[in-house]
Write a protein that binds this ligand. Structure first.
Ligand SMILES: *[C@@H]1O[C@H](CO)[C@@H](O)[C@H](O)[C@H]1NC(C)=O
Length: 171
């Protein structure tokens, strides 16, 4: 009697675990790296990938993971009065597929980075010098904007339209 009740309770526990597993199981494809990838029936057609091919690990060296020169200011003599110096996989091959990249922005007086989005990336801004008026617009059209100063870190959530504007007369 005792043994039958214990076996039925362990069967029940088993069923509960199965039910929990079923409830918790959720599978999805990883997020896409591109807007679309139209399949072609012709296997001989040329390969067209989003991103870059990987270097043979045997020939990877430490220099694949270092970028020099981000201490150099960009040239802000242009219509927007700002300059972006990207450190993306093109400039720093070791960044490829790591899901992170860095960018230096320089601003001339009243320089602007006009509203734009990064559909697949969140942006974190660290202000080293000067004052910027920065902001983003949420998907319910709410503006979140603020003047940030040296030492401030501001985040622009993935996919939301954002801008940066130098409110100061300085660089
Ligand atoms: C910055 O860009 C302007 C406009 O293209 C150019 O005239 C100027 O020589 C550049 N300055 C430097 C330091 O490269």
């Amino acid at each position: 009697m005792a043994s039958s009740s214990s076996s039925s309770s362990s069967a029940l526990r088993f069923l509960i675990s199965i039910a929990l597993l079923l409830a918790l199981a959720s599978a999805s494809d990883p997020s896409q790296l591109q807007d679309f990838c139209v399949a072609v029936p012709d296997s001989a057609s040329s390969v067209f990938v989003n991103g870059k091919f990987c270097k043979n690990p045997a020939s990877v060296t430490v220099d694949d993971f270092i970028y020099h020169g981000l201490n150099v200011a960009g040239n802000t003599t242009n219509a927007e009065g700002s300059a972006a110096t990207p450190v993306f996989a093109s400039q720093l091959p070791g960044l490829n597929t790591l899901g992170v990249s860095i960018l230096r922005f320089d601003f001339g007086p009243y320089g602007l980075v006009p509203p734009h989005t990064h559909p697949r990336a969140t942006e974190a801004l660290l202000v080293l010098e000067g004052y910027l008026y920065v902001g983003f617009v949420s998907s319910s059209n709410e503006l979140y904007a603020k003047t940030v100063c040296p030492g401030d870190v501001f985040v622009f959530p993935q996919g939301l339209i954002h801008f940066l504007y130098n409110v100061g007369k300085g660089q």
